[in-house]
Design a protein around this ligand. Structure first.
Ligand code: PEP
Length: 252
């Protein structure tokens, strides 16, 4: 099975409306017609509509960085899956380490969001990854296994094919310390094995597993060449059109 690479930019809480517009226009011009790799950008909630309009008609899809699991009602500050669909989102990042470790989201909460996203037709980019102390104490596999198991609890085989898993070691996010291709491959292979046990080998083979953590044009090719790395979730380098383009080109 050859999986199509999927490269997504997580703009996090960055960029004014005009800056986001400028970046979206530049990406549309540079990589808007790339078909060999699936592409997405994930701006802040308030810029989804603006960016969505600017990438319309290109190969770049729109994703959000978070959502809530309820349909509507008294949930101040939250955004529903249906609202994300309505504004043109195809993807939603769930369980990002900053939401786990800064905001305090649990595996169980993330699981509710994953299930809701799926039921509303969104495709989750479901993030997992260990902290530095967990890696240093040899707990990486156990931590990631639990995150995948709980996060995907109740996700049917039919829906699982629409999930992208992003393995993002927390110590590599925004730090400039990329995992070595071997370190990343080892965890990706474990996740795929876990998926094969949970579903079956054919489905596990079809599910994309992105790597995230200080991916840049200079290290992208080596990471993307690993057999179980099927793309990248890119933070810092996705804020510069040339850097994100360089990463996409490494995948072509
Ligand atoms: C991320 O936020 O998902 C990420 C991987 O960030 P960075 O590329 O900046 O490490």
């Amino acid at each position: 099975m050859s999986r199509k690479l999927f490269i997504a930019g997580n703009w996090k809480m960055n960029l004014s409306r005009s800056e986001a517009g400028e970046l979206a226009r530049a990406l549309a011009a540079k990589i808007g017609h790339v078909e060999a790799v699936d592409l997405a950008v994930c701006p802040t909630m308030v810029q989804l509509a603006t960016v969505g309009e600017l990438i319309q008609g290109t190969q770049i899809a729109l994703g959000a960085q978070n959502m809530f699991y309820e349909d509507n009602g008294a949930f101040t500050g939250e955004t529903s899956a249906a609202m994300l669909r309505d504004v043109g989102c195809r993807y939603v990042i769930l369980g990002h380490s900053e939401r786990r470790h800064v905001i305090g989201e649990t595996d169980e909460l993330i699981n509710r969001k994953v299930l809701k996203a799926m039921s509303e037709g969104l495709e989750p980019i479901f993030c997992v990854g260990e902290l530095l102390e967990q890696r240093e104490s040899g707990e990486t596999m156990e931590v990631v296994r639990r995150q995948v198991e709980v996060g995907l609890e109740g996700v049917s085989a039919g829906d699982a094919a629409r999930v992208t898993i992003a393995y993002e070691p927390v110590w590599a996010i925004g730090t400039g310390h990329t995992a070595t291709p071997q370190q990343a491959q080892e965890v990706h292979a474990m996740i795929r094995e876990l998926l094969a046990g949970r579903y079956d080998a054919e489905l596990a083979d079809a599910i994309r597993i992105q790597y995230g953590g200080s991916v840049k044009p200079s290290n992208a090719a080596e990471l993307l060449n690993q057999p179980d790395i099927d793309g990248a979730l890119v933070g810092g380098a996705s804020l510069k059109a040339d850097d994100f383009t360089g990463i996409v080109q490494a995948g072509l």
